[in-house]
Design a protein around this ligand. Structure first.
Ligand code: GUN
Length: 300
């Protein structure tokens, strides 16, 4: 039997990414522009509450200001919209994140489209997704960016490789395909975007040099669906009974893979690290803009 797969240490790499943000945060804070993130949570989805808590904790540890707006599940659409508008105008808030999913009375798109693209640290606004598509990204969605950083920092070559993504969500699958297909560092891959309705899915997944599972189906990818030596990135987080499992059947797949991310401790911490990076970037852009305006005023 061949050796077991190498575990890709998402938790450790996320710590490294966050560590690198510290001097940038310290600089901005010293200039009176402490980075700030507003998180909006509507309703009581238990998974969302855990995610939001983890985002707040990360802010706290890094010295990023954070504000949580936890609204009842039956909050009217107009009220959520008004909150987003207020946050757009608030100069202390550099990043706005509205946790998904939203309750049914709140149309997700109408909210996401109202977040200022300059504060869109989730990278979900069509402006930011469009910029990603044309190869001129501003804010990248956190999970796809986290997957790319995991690969780069684990020294896994992406250029020229067959990347197969299983899952076509707007949050992960579609933007990740766009990111890895770009003519850019850490990209230049040939990307196949598959999903749960792909006939003969295993024929695609077996061709993958790098396989990304982001379909939201617990343990859907089995050992017989991958080739020897594949790199496997598992984006899934599913609760099955009292176990947390990914979209990959870990035991079987890790026997064939050269490297694989664990769940938990793989992609999850990277998503949060990239959110912190986007928040710092949003604050830097805000600071640069206000410094420029300040110069303009003194010049008159
Ligand atoms: N729900 C699941 N993942 C995410 C995410 O990355 N951002 C937001 N806002 N909601 C989510």
């Amino acid at each position: 039997m061949r050796d077991m797969a190498l575990l890709i240490d998402g938790k450790g790499i996320a710590e490294q990414v966050k560590e690198e943000l510290k001097p940038r945060i310290a600089y901005l804070t010293a200039k009176g522009c402490q980075p700030g993130l507003a998180v909006v949570l509507v309703g009581d989805n238990p998974a969302s509450q855990v995610y939001v808590r983890n985002k707040e904790k990360a802010c706290e540890k890094l010295g990023i200001a954070s504000w949580k707006y936890h609204l009842p599940a039956d909050t009217p659409f107009a009220e959520v919209l008004q909150l987003v508008e207020d946050l757009n105008r608030n100069p202390q808030v550099h990043g706005i994140l509205v946790q998904l999913p939203l309750p049914p009375q709140i149309p997700e798109r109408e909210i996401l489209y109202r977040i200022s693209p300059d504060k869109d640290v989730d990278g979900f606004h069509p402006y930011n997704l469009g910029r990603l598509m044309i190869g001129d990204p501003l804010f990248l969605p956190c999970t796809p960016w986290g997957v790319q950083e995991l690969l780069i920092r684990s020294k896994i070559e992406v250029e020229g490789k067959n990347v197969v993504i299983v899952g076509r969500s707007n949050i992960v699958g579609k933007p990740l395909a766009m990111l890895l297909v770009q003519k850019a560092k850490g990209a230049n891959a040939t990307v196949s975007l598959c999903h749960t309705r792909t006939p003969n899915l295993a024929e695609y997944t077996r061709k993958a040099d790098i396989l990304v599972a982001a379909c939201g189906v617990p343990e859907m990818i089995h050992g017989d669906m991958v080739k020897e030596g594949v790199v496997v990135i598992d984006v899934g987080i599913n609760k099955v009974g009292d176990r947390l499992v990914g979209d990959v059947e870990f035991e079987g797949v890790s026997r064939r893979a050269s490297s694989i991310t664990p769940v938990p401790g793989g992609v999850g911490p990277m998503t949060i690290a990239m959110l912190m990076a986007n928040t710092v970037k949003a604050a830097e852009r805000f600071y640069a803009q206000s410094a420029q305006e300040g110069e303009g005023r003194t010049g008159i």
